[in-house]
Design a binder for this molecule. Structure first.
Ligand code: C2E
Ligand code: CA
Ligand code: CA
Length: 518
């Protein structure tokens, strides 16, 4: 017994740990997967936003420069004032330079000049219609990197407009430092790059790490690289924690469920200890006056996680687990606890119907248990009726003397669920029983058969002949009650009179309430 218990416990524990680990891995991976997708979407949005922003900036710049292209035919004196004001009103532009014969001849910043482009910016190719370069600084702002852009004027030999614009990555630096998954961005033109990581120009080959996203602008040879960390510590910690919590929850839950499934006996004993069982009382009324003459005590189990478990399930369980005796003793305790209050609504001699499972009936201590129970009830008040099913009378040799003893001790006996067992009639003749409880299956049939209920009729005649008092169970409709009363049934029990009720409700219940509906 003990080894079986331990091996079951070990099985439950191993199973639960396994379930916990699997769920932890699954949930952790799911969390990783989800944050991976979130990151991907974020990177996509950021790179698209950057590209669209820069493309629109350069397209605006091109439009401004197009209006300056005719100036390349003029003299610097004629256009320098206009050039200066255009530069002042163009966002981020440091200077516009007019170029003719491959030499800059007019600057918006310094006025007339004459410097060959090859000298000014050796990297720029003025034979191209558009070209770009990154500079560490310009004459006015030598320490501030700039982008220089060349737009050729095809109508003028070696002519075009050349502009230097500010490049400032500070906003991105601020942005990426706030988003801990981003490591930075880099702007690349030719073989030079400016990145949020260094702050000054570097060679492309000195950029380290592979960008997570990269985009090249449509009209200008500029590439933006986006860098990110593989995983942030936050994401890793979160996924680990999430997996851990899910794993613990799943492990605990499966431990609980497996314990109940593989170890139901322990669960019943625990439930007794924790007070999860309670009783409900269902009134039994006499058929003539419909006044309460007693009640049947029915057990309920309110499980903390599984909710209400029906008695049909746990009584059979308890019997299979050989725990019906402790469970019935617990039922006795619960009744004894309620007895003083029950006495206030049940008159002396009122019947207290208690279901006794066969496992208890034939147990060693049954007589002692019954004596002790009777002694703990208020003296000479309740008439305890033990409800026993026909199936339990199979052990006839034991049953006859036991019933005799019970009667001698002042208990009454009811045959429960009459008509559902086998060879019922033989038992009726052989044993002295006080009540016959007609199973609700028969009562249910009343009204459904067109004529009457011939079997029920025969049972009632037989019971009368044998001097047995009859109780009809499961009376649900006024038609059923009327039929039963006409056919001489002595007591009625069922939803038509009242459902089983917890003590507080039972104490307030008055039979008159139900009878009004008659
Ligand atoms: P039972 O002894 O036949 O108990 C009567 C059952 O019929 C109860 O179900 C009761 O709620 C239900 N009932 C009463 N009136 C009506 C009605 O008008 N219509 C319908 N459809 N049902 C009605 P419950 O409480 O679920 O109990 C089911 C069975 O569990 C009982 O059948 C009894 O065999 C067993 N049981 C309940 N409590 C105990 C207990 O404390 N000890 C033992 N050994 N068995 C118990
Ligand atoms: Ca019963
Ligand atoms: Ca019954």
């Amino acid at each position: 017994m003990l080894t079986r218990f331990f091996s079951t416990s070990r099985k439950v524990l191993t199973g639960s740990i396994l379930a916990g680990i699997i769920v932890a891995l699954l949930c952790g991976m799911l969390q990783f997967f989800l944050s991976y997708h979130k990151r991907e979407a974020k990177f996509d949005t950021l790179i698209i936003d950057l590209r669209v922003y820069m493309e629109s900036y350069f397209s605006d710049l091109k439009t401004s420069i197009d209006t300056l292209q005719p100036f390349t035919l003029s003299t610097c004196q004629d256009v320098s004032a206009e050039l200066t004001s255009r530069a002042a009103f163009s966002v981020n532009v440091r200077a516009f330079l007019l170029v003719r014969d491959n030499a800059a001849f007019c600057s918006s910043a310094t006025g007339p000049m004459s410097v060959p482009m090859k000298e000014l910016i050796p990297d720029l190719d003025t034979t191209k219609s558009v070209d770009m370069a990154l500079l560490p600084g310009t004459p006015m702002l030598p320490d501030k990197p700039a982008i220089v852009v060349w737009y050729q004027n095809p109508l003028v030999k070696g002519g075009g407009v050349f502009t230097s614009i500010n490049i400032n990555l500070t906003p991105y630096l601020l942005y990426t430092s706030r988003q801990d998954e981003f490591a930075g961005i880099a702007v690349i033109i030719g073989n030079m790059a400016l990145s949020t990581a260094s702050g000054h120009l570097i060679n492309v080959n000195d950029l380290h790490g592979t960008p997570i996203r990269s985009a090249t602008l449509k009209d200008v040879p500029l590439t933006i690289n986006l860098y990110a960390q593989e995983w942030t510590t936050y994401e890793i910690l979160f996924a680990l924690l999430f997996g851990l919590i899910c794993g613990i929850a799943a492990g605990t839950l499966s431990f609980y469920i497996l314990n109940i499934r593989l170890n139901p006996g322990k669960e019943i004993l625990t439930a007794i200890k924790r007070g999860q069982f309670y009783v409900v009382y269902q009134p039994v009324v006499d058929a003539k006056e419909l006044k309460m003459q007693g009640c049947e005590v029915l057990m309920r189990w309110k499980h903390p996680t599984m909710g209400e478990i029906p008695p049909d399930a746990f009584i059979n369980f308890a019997e299979a687990q050989k725990l019906i005796v402790p469970l019935t003793l617990h039922l006795f305790e619960l009744i004894i606890r309620d007895a003083a209050l029950l006495q206030t609504v049940l008159p002396p001699g009122a019947k207290l119907g208690i279901n006794i499972a066969p496992g208890h009936l034939h147990s060693e201590n049954f007589k002692d248990d019954m004596r002790e129970f009777a002694a703990s009830l208020p003296p000479d008040h309740f008439q305890v009726v033990l409800e026993i099913t026909e199936r339990d009378m199979i052990n006839q040799l034991e049953a006859a003397p036991l019933f005799e003893w019970l009667h001698h001790e002042g208990f009454e006996i009811a045959i429960d669920d009459f008509g559902t067992g086998h060879s019922a009639l033989i038992y009726l003749e052989r044993f002295t029983m006080d009540y016959l409880k007609i199973d609700r299956g028969f009562v249910n049939a009343i009204g459904t058969e067109t004529v009457t209920s011939p079997v029920l009729d025969a049972v009632l005649t037989l019971a009368r002949r044998l001097n047995m008092v009859t109780v009809a169970e499961g009376v649900e409709t006024p038609e059923q009650a009327a039929w039963l009363r006409q056919h001489g049934v002595n007591y009625l029990q069922g939803y038509w009179i009242s459902r089983p009720m917890p003590l507080a409700q039972f104490l307030k219940w008055e039979s008159d309430v139900a009878i009004e509906s008659e």
